[in-house]
Design a protein around this ligand. Structure first.
Ligand SMILES: *Cc1c(COP(=O)(O)O)cnc(C)c1O
Length: 387
């Protein structure tokens, strides 16, 4: 099997050679006086990707899930009420985490393929006149269904309800790939991970935290040790880390930010839109449907594609891997067997995406899917030629 083939899973994403080199550094002493010269500018520059000037960036050695845990344990107390909508695997897992931490979780159930229901949030928050709900948790890009929710609309719903709850956003599969406006949207904690839009190895949760969230820490009683913002901020203020930092990932993040800024964030977002749109043209040409229910919900980073009745999406993904050596995403949760996913985020070009579309077509043809070879490729080519 060739290791040259890109992956088309929505994380971990392809690591460009430049970032592999950047992470290949000899040991640096994180207690040496010059560590802060490397470290502090990374924290400052990462804020631009989150769209925040007022917030602070905090890094933990963990995958994105650890970032969720940090968000809730630093700001909430046992029994606190939180509001969250379930519309996919990641919102589902965040609910589970809140419940295991003894929070009182009010859940709005939405069909998978829908997004964050701003109007329902507004109703619930308006009815909560005693302000018992302490936080609203939203998955920005639901990676299981390929749905991107409108966080600006969620903020307007909170403002219309005149509700002071904190707003936490899981941006693990959106941040650094699509616009994220933490300050404008009034997001209190945004969570990202190193292995998606930042194109790095897995192992670092990247959080941006508002001043309001930092103030909420003073009353927050959930137990926290490793993920304590206070320990982290104290050490960061002196240019260091409270324990051993993931040095190679921090060096990688330095270079990843350089790459994003050199391309220009607006161009990065435009590229993700183009890549996604080419995939959607292919899906349309096959006559298949996306799991996302309407165009305003389409994700620019991952497409979850429903397979026709009588076909098994897992078999398709497995076949593409075994025969052609390319990874696509399997269907998660309710989409198990019903949808496959094409991840189109991170270090990808039109040419690479065309190879993915061509390969999944071959796999589909092998398994007697009702498509003709070249249908999707042609549709994507036509789009890429013109855009
Ligand atoms: C990948 C992902 C996560 C985090 O997963 P980890 O494996 O813990 O990094 C969280 N939320 C979303 C939406 C994701 O796509």
């Amino acid at each position: 099997m060739s290791l040259q083939n890109p992956v088309f899973i929505p994380g971990p994403t392809n690591i460009p050679e430049r970032l592999r080199h950047a992470m290949s550094v000899p040991t640096l002493d994180h207690r040496a006086p010059n560590f802060s010269d490397t470290f502090l500018p990374v924290l400052a520059d990462a804020k631009k990707v989150f769209g925040t000037e007022d917030g602070e960036v905090i890094l933990f050695t963990s995958s994105g899930t650890g970032g969720w845990e940090a968000a809730i344990t630093n700001t909430l107390s046992p029994g606190d009420k939180v509001l969250i909508a379930r519309y996919g695997m990641f919102s589902h897992r965040w609910i589970d985490m809140c419940q295991r931490h003894g929070l009182d979780v009010e859940i709005i159930e939405r069909p998978w393929g829908e997004g964050a229901p701003a109007d329902q949030f507004q109703e619930v928050l308006s009815a909560d006149s005693n302000h018992e709900i302490k936080a609203l948790l939203v998955t920005h890009n639901e990676t299981a269904t390929g749905v991107l929710s409108d966080i600006g609309a969620v903020r307007r719903a909170m403002d219309n309800a005149d509700h002071p709850a904190l707003l936490f956003v899981d941006g693990v599969s959106s941040i650094a790939s699509v616009p994220f406006k933490m300050d404008e949207w009034g997001v209190d904690i945004a969570v990202a991970g190193s292995q998606k839009g930042f194109m790095l190895a897995t192992g670092m949760a990247i959080l941006a935290v508002s001043q309001k969230a930092l103030a909420a820490m003073e009353q927050a009683k959930l137990p926290r040790t490793y993920f304590d913002f206070l320990d982290m901020r104290k050490a960061n203020a002196k240019g260091g880390f409270p324990y051993t930092p993931p040095l190679q990932l921090i060096c990688g993040l330095r270079e990843s930010l350089n790459m994003l800024f050199e391309e220009g964030l607006e161009n990065v977002y435009a590229r993700h839109h183009r890549l996604a749109e080419g995939v959607r043209r292919a899906v349309d040409a096959w006559g298949f449907e996306l799991c996302a229910k309407s165009p305003d919900l389409y994700s620019e980073t991952v497409s979850a594609i429903l397979v026709p009745e009588g076909f098994d999406s897992n078999e398709l993904v497995e076949h593409a891997f075994n025969k052609y050596g390319i990874s696509f995403g399997v269907g998660l949760g309710e989409m198990d067997g019903r949808a496959f996913r094409i991840g189109h985020l991170g270090s990808l070009t039109e040419v690479m995406v065309l190879s993915g579309i061509a390969t999944i077509e071959m796999a589909m043809a092998d398994l007697d899917y009702p498509i003709t070879l070249g249908q999707g490729v042609t549709a994507a080519q036509e789009y890429y030629r013109k855009h």
